[in-house]
Design a binder for this molecule. Structure first.
Ligand SMILES: [Fe+2]
Length: 188
């Protein structure tokens, strides 16, 4: 199977992610550093910016399959995110909870919600992690944390995979307060 469109069975289809208004270009730089290609779907819904399709395989830019989408956070979510951010600044218990969650996402990401991209080898995972650090490490500062687990690492998942975990809050499929883990997973 060279093209995803040639596969006729059911498969995991797409993930919908969001970026903050004003961070569309940053979102594109993030996924391109990970080795993905970006297509403009032209679809705007009831917003003003089109949805972008992100292709993990740049050689197969099928916008309906094996893609994830990036579009601006909707106004309804902006209201909630802004309110929760204010509350987290005022409520020490909530702030401590968020800090604990974010720390866990950085050091023990297994079991924290994420989606994953497949790479052919562990070396390809490391290259993607390195490209991302080079491209956006200085720009994002503590908004970006990258950790590559190798099978021999004491705190790895104990399998034969190289697993990179990118924790960031440029694109999320949930809350910007939680941020989003993106796993970079190699094949055995
Ligand atoms: Fe995973």
């Amino acid at each position: 199977m060279d093209k995803i469109a040639d596969y006729n069975g059911n498969l995991l289809n797409h993930v919908e992610t969001l970026y903050r208004p004003g961070e569309r270009d940053l979102a594109v730089r993030l996924v391109e550093a990970l080795g993905c290609a970006v297509s403009d779907t032209g679809f705007k819904g009831d917003g003003t910016e089109s949805f972008l399709a992100v292709h993990p395989n740049p050689d197969d830019r099928n916008m309906q399959n094996n893609a994830f989408y990036m579009s601006p956070m909707r106004p309804e979510q902006q209201v909630i995110e802004a309110r929760l951010r204010r509350l987290s600044e005022q409520d020490a218990e909530l702030k401590a909870g968020l800090d604990g969650y974010r720390q866990a996402a950085k050091v023990a990401p297994f079991g924290i919600s994420h989606f994953a991209l497949r790479y052919p080898t562990g070396a390809a995972v490391q290259s993607a992690a390195d490209r991302l650090a080079e491209a956006l490490g200085a720009t994002l500062g503590d908004r970006l944390n990258i950790r590559v687990f190798r099978p021999q690492d004491a705190d790895s998942a104990g399998n034969t995979l190289v697993q990179g975990f990118v924790y960031q809050d440029v694109i999320v499929s949930g809350s910007f307060l939680y941020g989003q883990l993106i796993e970079l997973q190699s094949q055995p």
